[in-house]
Design a protein around this ligand. Sequence first.
Ligand code: ME8
Length: 516
Amino acid sequence: MAPAAKTPFYVTTAIAYPNGAPHIGHAYEYISADAIARFKRLDGFDVRFLTGTDEHGQKMEQTAAAEGIATRALADRNAAAFRELQLALGSSFDRFIRTTDADHHVASQAIWQRMADNGDIYLDKFAGWYSVRDEAFYTDGDLTVRDDGTRVATETGTPVEWTEEESYFFRLSAYQDKLLAHYESHPDFIGPLTRRNEVASFVRGGLRDLSISRTTFDWGVDVPGDDAHVMYVWVDALTNYLTGAGFPDDTETLEKYWPADLHIIGKDIVRFHCVYWPAFLMSAGIALPKRVFAHGFLFNKGEKMSKSVGNVVDPYALVDEYGLDPLRYFLLREVSYGQDGSYSHDAIVARINADLANELGNLAQRSLSMIGKNFDHVVPTPGEFTADDTALLARADALLARVRGEFDQQALHLALEALWEVLAETNRYISAQEPWKLAKTDLDRTGTVLWICAEVVRIVAILVQPVMPTSGGTLLDLLAIPVENRSFDAIGDRLAAGTTLPAPSPVFPRYDTKKS
Ligand code: ME8
Protein backbone atom coordinates (compact mmCIF):
# COMPACT_ATOMS: atom_id res chain seq x y z
CA MET A 1 0.00 0.00 0.00
CA ALA A 2 1.33 3.46 -0.89
CA PRO A 3 2.03 5.59 2.21
CA ALA A 4 -0.80 8.02 2.92
CA ALA A 5 -0.09 11.58 1.78
CA LYS A 6 1.04 13.76 4.66
CA THR A 7 -1.30 16.45 5.89
CA PRO A 8 -0.03 19.89 4.81
CA PHE A 9 0.77 22.52 7.40
CA TYR A 10 1.59 26.05 6.30
CA VAL A 11 3.11 28.35 8.91
CA THR A 12 4.44 31.88 8.42
CA THR A 13 6.22 34.61 10.37
CA ALA A 14 5.66 38.32 9.93
CA ILE A 15 7.99 39.71 7.28
CA ALA A 16 10.30 42.27 8.86
CA TYR A 17 11.03 45.77 7.60
CA PRO A 18 14.67 45.63 6.54
CA ASN A 19 15.22 49.31 7.31
CA GLY A 20 17.71 48.40 10.03
CA ALA A 21 19.51 45.41 11.49
CA PRO A 22 17.45 42.58 12.99
CA HIS A 23 17.11 42.60 16.78
CA ILE A 24 16.28 40.08 19.48
CA GLY A 25 12.52 40.64 19.01
CA HIS A 26 12.84 39.39 15.45
CA ALA A 27 15.02 36.50 16.63
CA TYR A 28 12.34 35.54 19.17
CA GLU A 29 9.67 35.38 16.49
CA TYR A 30 11.88 33.27 14.19
CA ILE A 31 12.86 30.82 16.92
CA SER A 32 9.28 30.31 18.05
CA ALA A 33 7.90 29.85 14.54
CA ASP A 34 10.77 27.51 13.72
CA ALA A 35 10.03 25.37 16.78
CA ILE A 36 6.43 25.05 15.57
CA ALA A 37 7.51 24.17 12.02
CA ARG A 38 9.97 21.56 13.31
CA PHE A 39 7.39 20.14 15.70
CA LYS A 40 4.90 19.63 12.89
CA ARG A 41 7.51 18.02 10.62
CA LEU A 42 8.50 15.58 13.35
CA ASP A 43 4.80 14.92 13.91
CA GLY A 44 4.39 13.76 10.31
CA PHE A 45 3.04 16.88 8.60
CA ASP A 46 4.08 18.19 5.19
CA VAL A 47 5.25 21.57 6.45
CA ARG A 48 5.79 24.73 4.49
CA PHE A 49 7.44 27.46 6.57
CA LEU A 50 7.57 30.94 5.08
CA THR A 51 9.48 33.97 6.29
CA GLY A 52 11.08 37.00 4.68
CA THR A 53 11.29 40.77 4.41
CA ASP A 54 8.76 43.56 3.82
CA GLU A 55 10.72 45.87 1.58
CA HIS A 56 8.36 48.48 0.21
CA GLY A 57 6.92 51.65 1.67
CA GLN A 58 7.89 55.10 2.73
CA LYS A 59 9.93 54.03 5.74
CA MET A 60 12.34 52.10 3.52
CA GLU A 61 12.54 54.96 1.04
CA GLN A 62 13.22 57.54 3.76
CA THR A 63 15.83 55.41 5.53
CA ALA A 64 17.69 54.84 2.27
CA ALA A 65 17.58 58.55 1.46
CA ALA A 66 18.97 59.36 4.90
CA GLU A 67 21.82 56.89 4.33
CA GLY A 68 22.37 58.31 0.86
CA ILE A 69 21.92 54.97 -0.89
CA ALA A 70 19.38 53.57 -3.32
CA THR A 71 16.32 52.02 -1.66
CA ARG A 72 17.03 48.79 -3.50
CA ALA A 73 20.57 48.72 -2.10
CA LEU A 74 19.27 49.18 1.46
CA ALA A 75 16.73 46.39 0.91
CA ASP A 76 19.37 44.05 -0.53
CA ARG A 77 21.83 44.67 2.27
CA ASN A 78 19.39 44.24 5.12
CA ALA A 79 17.33 41.43 3.60
CA ALA A 80 20.60 39.48 3.48
CA ALA A 81 21.21 40.30 7.14
CA PHE A 82 17.74 39.02 8.13
CA ARG A 83 18.22 35.86 6.11
CA GLU A 84 21.62 35.23 7.63
CA LEU A 85 20.30 35.73 11.15
CA GLN A 86 17.63 33.12 10.54
CA LEU A 87 20.22 30.66 9.35
CA ALA A 88 22.35 31.43 12.40
CA LEU A 89 19.32 30.75 14.62
CA GLY A 90 18.74 27.38 12.99
CA SER A 91 15.53 28.49 11.29
CA SER A 92 14.30 25.76 8.94
CA PHE A 93 12.32 28.04 6.61
CA ASP A 94 11.34 26.68 3.20
CA ARG A 95 11.31 30.05 1.50
CA PHE A 96 12.67 33.44 2.40
CA ILE A 97 10.35 35.76 0.51
CA ARG A 98 11.31 39.30 -0.37
CA THR A 99 8.41 41.52 -1.34
CA THR A 100 10.58 42.82 -4.18
CA ASP A 101 10.51 39.30 -5.70
CA ALA A 102 8.88 39.27 -9.14
CA ASP A 103 6.28 36.63 -8.27
CA HIS A 104 5.18 38.72 -5.31
CA HIS A 105 4.40 41.69 -7.54
CA VAL A 106 2.27 39.39 -9.70
CA ALA A 107 0.43 38.05 -6.63
CA SER A 108 -0.18 41.53 -5.19
CA GLN A 109 -1.60 42.81 -8.45
CA ALA A 110 -3.77 39.71 -8.76
CA ILE A 111 -5.37 40.12 -5.33
CA TRP A 112 -5.86 43.85 -5.98
CA GLN A 113 -7.59 43.06 -9.26
CA ARG A 114 -9.93 40.62 -7.57
CA MET A 115 -10.88 43.15 -4.89
CA ALA A 116 -11.45 45.73 -7.63
CA ASP A 117 -13.54 43.28 -9.69
CA ASN A 118 -15.67 42.72 -6.62
CA GLY A 119 -16.43 46.44 -6.47
CA ASP A 120 -14.50 47.05 -3.25
CA ILE A 121 -11.94 49.57 -4.54
CA TYR A 122 -12.75 53.18 -5.47
CA LEU A 123 -10.77 56.35 -6.15
CA ASP A 124 -11.16 59.33 -3.81
CA LYS A 125 -9.12 61.94 -2.02
CA PHE A 126 -7.33 61.03 1.18
CA ALA A 127 -6.78 63.60 3.89
CA GLY A 128 -5.49 62.39 7.23
CA TRP A 129 -2.60 61.52 9.52
CA TYR A 130 0.07 59.02 8.57
CA SER A 131 2.91 57.56 10.63
CA VAL A 132 5.81 56.51 8.44
CA ARG A 133 7.42 54.58 11.29
CA ASP A 134 4.28 52.48 11.75
CA GLU A 135 3.29 52.63 8.06
CA ALA A 136 -0.21 53.26 9.38
CA PHE A 137 -3.03 55.81 9.11
CA TYR A 138 -4.48 57.38 12.23
CA THR A 139 -7.58 59.39 13.07
CA ASP A 140 -7.63 62.37 15.47
CA GLY A 141 -8.89 60.09 18.21
CA ASP A 142 -5.76 57.91 17.90
CA LEU A 143 -3.40 60.85 18.50
CA THR A 144 -1.84 62.69 21.40
CA VAL A 145 -0.82 66.32 20.96
CA ARG A 146 2.52 66.98 22.65
CA ASP A 147 3.38 70.21 24.50
CA ASP A 148 5.32 71.45 21.49
CA GLY A 149 2.23 71.01 19.32
CA THR A 150 3.47 67.91 17.46
CA ARG A 151 1.17 64.95 17.18
CA VAL A 152 2.09 61.35 17.87
CA ALA A 153 0.15 58.10 17.63
CA THR A 154 -0.93 57.41 21.22
CA GLU A 155 -0.41 53.65 20.99
CA THR A 156 3.08 53.65 19.51
CA GLY A 157 4.41 57.15 20.23
CA THR A 158 5.51 57.63 16.63
CA PRO A 159 5.16 61.04 14.91
CA VAL A 160 2.43 61.50 12.32
CA GLU A 161 2.26 63.83 9.36
CA TRP A 162 -0.74 65.32 7.61
CA THR A 163 -1.21 63.74 4.20
CA GLU A 164 -3.51 64.80 1.39
CA GLU A 165 -3.48 63.01 -1.89
CA GLU A 166 -5.57 61.13 -4.39
CA SER A 167 -5.88 57.56 -3.21
CA TYR A 168 -7.65 54.32 -3.88
CA PHE A 169 -9.81 53.16 -1.02
CA PHE A 170 -10.84 49.69 0.08
CA ARG A 171 -14.43 49.34 1.28
CA LEU A 172 -13.45 48.03 4.71
CA SER A 173 -16.66 49.43 6.20
CA ALA A 174 -18.62 46.82 4.25
CA TYR A 175 -16.87 44.01 6.12
CA GLN A 176 -17.71 44.83 9.72
CA ASP A 177 -20.52 42.32 10.10
CA LYS A 178 -18.77 39.63 8.07
CA LEU A 179 -15.63 39.94 10.19
CA LEU A 180 -17.59 39.78 13.44
CA ALA A 181 -19.48 36.74 12.16
CA HIS A 182 -16.18 35.10 11.28
CA TYR A 183 -14.67 35.69 14.73
CA GLU A 184 -17.85 34.28 16.22
CA SER A 185 -17.98 31.15 14.07
CA HIS A 186 -14.21 30.53 14.20
CA PRO A 187 -13.28 30.93 17.86
CA ASP A 188 -9.72 29.77 17.11
CA PHE A 189 -9.09 32.37 14.41
CA ILE A 190 -7.23 34.73 16.75
CA GLY A 191 -5.01 33.72 19.65
CA PRO A 192 -4.45 34.40 22.46
CA LEU A 193 -8.00 35.11 23.61
CA THR A 194 -7.21 38.61 24.87
CA ARG A 195 -6.21 39.63 21.33
CA ARG A 196 -9.39 38.16 19.95
CA ASN A 197 -11.48 40.21 22.35
CA GLU A 198 -9.53 43.39 21.53
CA VAL A 199 -9.99 42.90 17.80
CA ALA A 200 -13.68 42.12 18.09
CA SER A 201 -14.31 45.21 20.18
CA PHE A 202 -12.33 47.35 17.73
CA VAL A 203 -14.42 46.05 14.82
CA ARG A 204 -17.67 46.47 16.76
CA GLY A 205 -16.72 50.14 17.14
CA GLY A 206 -17.12 50.57 13.37
CA LEU A 207 -14.73 50.41 10.42
CA ARG A 208 -13.79 53.19 8.03
CA ASP A 209 -12.74 52.58 4.48
CA LEU A 210 -9.00 52.18 4.14
CA SER A 211 -6.68 54.21 1.94
CA ILE A 212 -4.71 51.58 -0.01
CA SER A 213 -2.56 53.50 -2.48
CA ARG A 214 -0.06 56.36 -2.50
CA THR A 215 1.07 58.79 -5.17
CA THR A 216 3.81 60.74 -3.38
CA PHE A 217 6.49 58.07 -3.78
CA ASP A 218 6.97 55.09 -6.04
CA TRP A 219 8.81 52.44 -4.00
CA GLY A 220 6.08 49.84 -4.08
CA VAL A 221 3.95 47.58 -6.22
CA ASP A 222 2.21 49.43 -9.06
CA VAL A 223 -1.56 49.57 -8.88
CA PRO A 224 -2.89 47.60 -11.87
CA GLY A 225 -4.02 49.98 -14.59
CA ASP A 226 -2.82 53.16 -12.82
CA ASP A 227 0.95 53.68 -12.74
CA ALA A 228 0.58 56.95 -10.83
CA HIS A 229 -0.22 54.90 -7.71
CA VAL A 230 1.72 52.34 -5.73
CA MET A 231 -0.04 50.07 -3.27
CA TYR A 232 -0.11 50.92 0.43
CA VAL A 233 2.69 48.77 1.80
CA TRP A 234 0.43 46.67 4.02
CA VAL A 235 -1.64 45.51 1.03
CA ASP A 236 1.36 43.96 -0.62
CA ALA A 237 2.99 42.90 2.66
CA LEU A 238 0.03 40.79 3.78
CA THR A 239 -0.19 39.24 0.34
CA ASN A 240 3.24 37.65 0.86
CA TYR A 241 1.51 34.77 2.58
CA LEU A 242 -0.37 34.00 -0.63
CA THR A 243 2.68 34.47 -2.85
CA GLY A 244 4.50 31.97 -0.65
CA ALA A 245 1.74 29.42 -1.33
CA GLY A 246 1.92 29.80 -5.11
CA PHE A 247 -0.87 32.35 -5.66
CA PRO A 248 -2.14 32.99 -8.28
CA ASP A 249 -0.83 30.53 -10.87
CA ASP A 250 0.71 27.56 -9.08
CA THR A 251 -2.63 25.99 -8.30
CA GLU A 252 -1.15 22.70 -7.14
CA THR A 253 0.88 24.36 -4.37
CA LEU A 254 -1.98 26.69 -3.56
CA GLU A 255 -4.46 23.87 -3.15
CA LYS A 256 -2.05 22.07 -0.91
CA TYR A 257 -1.01 24.88 1.42
CA TRP A 258 -3.76 27.47 1.31
CA PRO A 259 -5.48 28.46 3.54
CA ALA A 260 -2.49 28.93 5.81
CA ASP A 261 -2.70 27.03 9.07
CA LEU A 262 -0.95 29.59 11.22
CA HIS A 263 0.32 33.15 10.93
CA ILE A 264 2.78 33.91 13.75
CA ILE A 265 3.03 37.66 14.38
CA GLY A 266 3.82 40.12 17.16
CA LYS A 267 1.09 41.81 19.21
CA ASP A 268 1.60 45.21 17.53
CA ILE A 269 0.34 44.06 14.14
CA VAL A 270 -2.80 42.18 15.15
CA ARG A 271 -5.16 44.68 13.55
CA PHE A 272 -3.51 44.35 10.15
CA HIS A 273 -3.71 40.56 10.28
CA CYS A 274 -7.10 40.10 11.89
CA VAL A 275 -9.08 42.96 10.35
CA TYR A 276 -7.53 44.14 7.07
CA TRP A 277 -6.17 40.79 5.88
CA PRO A 278 -9.35 38.73 6.31
CA ALA A 279 -11.38 41.56 4.74
CA PHE A 280 -9.07 41.65 1.70
CA LEU A 281 -9.34 37.89 1.36
CA MET A 282 -13.13 37.88 1.71
CA SER A 283 -13.32 40.53 -0.97
CA ALA A 284 -11.02 38.58 -3.29
CA GLY A 285 -13.00 35.39 -2.70
CA ILE A 286 -10.04 33.59 -1.13
CA ALA A 287 -10.25 31.36 1.96
CA LEU A 288 -9.10 32.87 5.26
CA PRO A 289 -6.10 31.61 7.24
CA LYS A 290 -7.11 29.21 9.99
CA ARG A 291 -5.34 30.97 12.83
CA VAL A 292 -3.38 34.09 13.65
CA PHE A 293 -1.36 33.91 16.85
CA ALA A 294 0.23 37.02 18.36
CA HIS A 295 3.26 36.62 20.59
CA GLY A 296 4.23 39.29 23.09
CA PHE A 297 7.16 41.66 23.13
CA LEU A 298 10.54 40.90 24.53
CA PHE A 299 12.09 43.38 26.93
CA ASN A 300 15.62 43.77 28.17
CA LYS A 301 15.38 43.45 31.97
CA GLY A 302 11.83 44.72 31.70
CA GLU A 303 12.79 47.77 29.66
CA LYS A 304 11.78 48.42 26.09
CA MET A 305 14.76 48.07 23.77
CA SER A 306 15.67 51.32 22.17
CA LYS A 307 18.69 52.74 20.48
CA SER A 308 18.56 55.85 22.68
CA VAL A 309 18.52 53.83 25.92
CA GLY A 310 21.44 51.85 24.47
CA ASN A 311 20.07 48.45 25.49
CA VAL A 312 19.48 46.95 22.05
CA VAL A 313 21.00 43.49 22.13
CA ASP A 314 22.44 41.92 19.03
CA PRO A 315 21.07 38.37 18.74
CA TYR A 316 24.46 37.12 17.54
CA ALA A 317 26.03 38.29 20.81
CA LEU A 318 23.52 36.16 22.76
CA VAL A 319 24.18 33.11 20.60
CA ASP A 320 27.94 33.57 21.09
CA GLU A 321 27.61 33.98 24.83
CA TYR A 322 25.15 31.22 25.69
CA GLY A 323 25.03 28.93 22.66
CA LEU A 324 22.16 28.60 20.21
CA ASP A 325 20.16 25.77 21.75
CA PRO A 326 20.30 27.20 25.28
CA LEU A 327 19.13 30.56 23.92
CA ARG A 328 16.27 28.93 21.99
CA TYR A 329 15.31 26.97 25.10
CA PHE A 330 15.49 30.00 27.35
CA LEU A 331 13.30 32.21 25.18
CA LEU A 332 10.62 29.60 24.68
CA ARG A 333 10.63 28.34 28.28
CA GLU A 334 10.97 31.60 30.18
CA VAL A 335 8.42 33.68 28.31
CA SER A 336 4.77 32.57 28.30
CA TYR A 337 4.13 32.49 24.58
CA GLY A 338 1.52 35.11 23.82
CA GLN A 339 2.59 37.39 26.67
CA ASP A 340 5.37 39.93 27.02
CA GLY A 341 8.56 38.66 28.56
CA SER A 342 11.90 39.80 29.78
CA TYR A 343 15.39 38.47 29.41
CA SER A 344 18.50 39.13 31.41
CA HIS A 345 21.88 37.53 31.84
CA ASP A 346 20.94 36.16 35.26
CA ALA A 347 17.70 34.62 34.03
CA ILE A 348 19.45 32.93 31.10
CA VAL A 349 22.24 31.55 33.30
CA ALA A 350 19.69 30.27 35.83
CA ARG A 351 17.85 28.33 33.13
CA ILE A 352 21.04 26.97 31.62
CA ASN A 353 22.37 25.69 34.91
CA ALA A 354 19.15 24.47 36.54
CA ASP A 355 17.13 23.14 33.61
CA LEU A 356 19.72 22.15 31.05
CA ALA A 357 22.90 21.26 32.92
CA ASN A 358 21.22 19.79 36.04
CA GLU A 359 17.81 18.40 35.17
CA LEU A 360 18.46 17.11 31.67
CA GLY A 361 22.23 17.05 31.16
CA ASN A 362 23.05 15.47 34.49
CA LEU A 363 20.34 12.86 34.21
CA ALA A 364 21.61 11.79 30.80
CA GLN A 365 25.25 11.88 31.83
CA ARG A 366 24.69 9.94 35.06
CA SER A 367 22.54 7.24 33.47
CA LEU A 368 24.76 6.76 30.45
CA SER A 369 28.02 6.73 32.35
CA MET A 370 26.61 4.13 34.75
CA ILE A 371 25.55 2.02 31.76
CA GLY A 372 29.10 2.48 30.48
CA LYS A 373 30.68 1.46 33.75
CA ASN A 374 28.40 -1.40 34.78
CA PHE A 375 27.26 -2.77 31.43
CA ASP A 376 30.22 -2.04 29.22
CA HIS A 377 28.22 0.59 27.25
CA VAL A 378 25.55 -1.91 26.25
CA VAL A 379 21.89 -1.02 26.94
CA PRO A 380 20.80 -3.45 29.69
CA THR A 381 17.72 -5.65 29.40
CA PRO A 382 15.11 -4.42 31.86
CA GLY A 383 13.69 -6.95 34.29
CA GLU A 384 10.25 -6.89 35.86
CA PHE A 385 8.91 -3.39 36.55
CA THR A 386 7.94 -2.13 40.00
CA ALA A 387 4.94 0.15 40.49
CA ASP A 388 7.31 3.15 40.52
CA ASP A 389 8.91 2.05 37.25
CA THR A 390 5.54 1.64 35.57
CA ALA A 391 4.27 4.98 36.87
CA LEU A 392 7.31 6.86 35.60
CA LEU A 393 7.19 5.20 32.21
CA ALA A 394 3.49 5.98 31.94
CA ARG A 395 4.22 9.66 32.58
CA ALA A 396 6.89 9.69 29.89
CA ASP A 397 4.59 7.87 27.47
CA ALA A 398 1.86 10.46 28.04
CA LEU A 399 4.19 13.30 27.03
CA LEU A 400 3.62 13.17 23.28
CA ALA A 401 -0.13 13.75 23.56
CA ARG A 402 0.36 16.46 26.17
CA VAL A 403 3.11 18.31 24.32
CA ARG A 404 1.19 18.06 21.05
CA GLY A 405 -1.86 19.56 22.73
CA GLU A 406 0.22 22.49 24.01
CA PHE A 407 1.88 23.08 20.62
CA ASP A 408 -1.54 23.03 18.94
CA GLN A 409 -2.47 25.96 21.20
CA GLN A 410 0.94 27.60 20.71
CA ALA A 411 1.56 27.14 24.45
CA LEU A 412 5.22 26.45 23.77
CA HIS A 413 6.26 27.26 27.34
CA LEU A 414 3.76 24.73 28.73
CA ALA A 415 5.04 22.06 26.36
CA LEU A 416 8.54 22.56 27.75
CA GLU A 417 7.20 22.69 31.29
CA ALA A 418 5.58 19.29 30.73
CA LEU A 419 8.89 17.80 29.61
CA TRP A 420 10.72 19.24 32.59
CA GLU A 421 8.13 17.95 35.04
CA VAL A 422 8.89 14.44 33.87
CA LEU A 423 12.64 15.12 34.04
CA ALA A 424 12.23 16.30 37.64
CA GLU A 425 10.25 13.16 38.42
CA THR A 426 12.98 11.03 36.84
CA ASN A 427 15.67 12.77 38.87
CA ARG A 428 13.69 12.03 42.04
CA TYR A 429 13.36 8.44 40.86
CA ILE A 430 17.07 7.96 40.29
CA SER A 431 17.89 9.52 43.68
CA ALA A 432 15.41 7.20 45.37
CA GLN A 433 16.55 4.09 43.51
CA GLU A 434 20.24 4.82 44.04
CA PRO A 435 21.56 2.69 41.17
CA TRP A 436 25.15 3.54 42.19
CA LYS A 437 24.53 1.58 45.41
CA LEU A 438 22.40 -1.09 43.75
CA ALA A 439 25.23 -1.86 41.36
CA LYS A 440 27.16 -3.42 44.26
CA THR A 441 24.35 -5.80 45.21
CA ASP A 442 21.85 -6.29 42.40
CA LEU A 443 23.05 -5.78 38.86
CA ASP A 444 19.75 -6.86 37.29
CA ARG A 445 17.79 -4.24 39.20
CA THR A 446 20.49 -1.66 38.40
CA GLY A 447 20.00 -2.47 34.72
CA THR A 448 16.25 -1.97 34.98
CA VAL A 449 16.60 1.40 36.72
CA LEU A 450 19.18 2.65 34.22
CA TRP A 451 17.16 1.40 31.29
CA ILE A 452 14.15 3.37 32.54
CA CYS A 453 16.21 6.54 32.97
CA ALA A 454 17.73 6.19 29.51
CA GLU A 455 14.28 5.51 28.05
CA VAL A 456 12.90 8.71 29.58
CA VAL A 457 15.89 10.62 28.20
CA ARG A 458 15.17 9.16 24.75
CA ILE A 459 11.51 10.26 24.84
CA VAL A 460 12.36 13.73 26.10
CA ALA A 461 15.21 14.10 23.59
CA ILE A 462 12.87 13.28 20.70
CA LEU A 463 10.28 15.77 21.94
CA VAL A 464 12.77 18.53 22.67
CA GLN A 465 14.23 18.51 19.14
CA PRO A 466 11.90 21.26 17.81
CA VAL A 467 13.27 23.63 20.45
CA MET A 468 16.86 22.35 20.66
CA PRO A 469 17.52 20.57 17.37
CA THR A 470 21.26 20.11 17.84
CA SER A 471 21.30 19.10 21.51
CA GLY A 472 18.28 16.84 21.09
CA GLY A 473 20.14 15.17 18.23
CA THR A 474 23.32 14.80 20.30
CA LEU A 475 21.39 13.11 23.11
CA LEU A 476 19.87 10.72 20.59
CA ASP A 477 23.35 10.05 19.18
CA LEU A 478 24.49 9.10 22.68
CA LEU A 479 21.56 6.67 22.87
CA ALA A 480 22.48 5.30 19.41
CA ILE A 481 19.02 6.08 18.06
CA PRO A 482 19.15 5.90 14.25
CA VAL A 483 18.20 9.12 12.48
CA GLU A 484 15.10 7.52 10.97
CA ASN A 485 13.81 6.70 14.47
CA ARG A 486 13.77 10.25 15.78
CA SER A 487 10.35 11.44 14.67
CA PHE A 488 7.30 11.27 16.88
CA ASP A 489 5.92 8.10 15.33
CA ALA A 490 8.99 6.31 16.71
CA ILE A 491 8.39 7.42 20.29
CA GLY A 492 6.57 4.19 21.08
CA ASP A 493 9.55 2.02 20.00
CA ARG A 494 11.31 1.19 23.23
CA LEU A 495 15.03 1.69 23.72
CA ALA A 496 16.54 -1.53 22.37
CA ALA A 497 18.41 -3.62 24.94
CA GLY A 498 21.70 -4.92 23.65
CA THR A 499 22.57 -1.77 21.69
CA THR A 500 26.13 -0.61 22.13
CA LEU A 501 26.34 3.07 23.06
CA PRO A 502 29.16 5.48 22.35
CA ALA A 503 31.17 6.86 25.27
CA PRO A 504 28.96 9.53 26.90
CA SER A 505 30.02 13.16 27.04
CA PRO A 506 28.15 16.07 28.65
CA VAL A 507 25.66 17.73 26.30
CA PHE A 508 24.83 20.78 28.42
CA PRO A 509 27.83 22.33 30.14
CA ARG A 510 27.16 24.57 33.11
CA TYR A 511 27.52 28.27 32.44
CA ASP A 512 30.50 29.39 34.45
CA THR A 513 29.37 32.59 36.18
CA LYS A 514 32.99 33.56 36.80
CA LYS A 515 33.37 33.80 33.02
CA SER A 516 31.18 36.88 32.86
O1 ME8 B 1 5.80 44.88 11.60
N1 ME8 B 1 9.66 41.63 20.77
O2 ME8 B 1 7.86 44.52 10.63
P1 ME8 B 1 8.81 44.73 11.90
C1 ME8 B 1 9.01 40.69 20.07
N2 ME8 B 1 6.81 44.57 8.24
N3 ME8 B 1 8.65 40.84 18.79
C2 ME8 B 1 8.94 41.98 18.18
C3 ME8 B 1 9.63 43.02 18.85
C4 ME8 B 1 10.00 42.81 20.22
N4 ME8 B 1 10.66 43.69 20.94
N5 ME8 B 1 9.78 44.04 17.97
C5 ME8 B 1 9.21 43.64 16.80
C6 ME8 B 1 6.50 44.66 10.62
N6 ME8 B 1 8.70 42.40 16.92
C7 ME8 B 1 5.85 44.46 9.27
C8 ME8 B 1 5.17 43.09 9.26
S1 ME8 B 1 3.75 41.16 8.07
C9 ME8 B 1 2.84 41.01 6.67
C10 ME8 B 1 4.48 42.75 7.98
C11 ME8 B 1 7.99 41.62 15.89
O3 ME8 B 1 10.18 44.52 11.37
C12 ME8 B 1 6.78 42.35 15.34
O4 ME8 B 1 5.69 42.25 16.20
O5 ME8 B 1 8.47 45.98 12.59
C13 ME8 B 1 6.58 41.63 14.03
O6 ME8 B 1 5.81 40.45 14.21
C14 ME8 B 1 8.00 41.27 13.60
O7 ME8 B 1 8.83 41.42 14.76
C15 ME8 B 1 8.52 42.18 12.48
O8 ME8 B 1 8.42 43.53 12.89
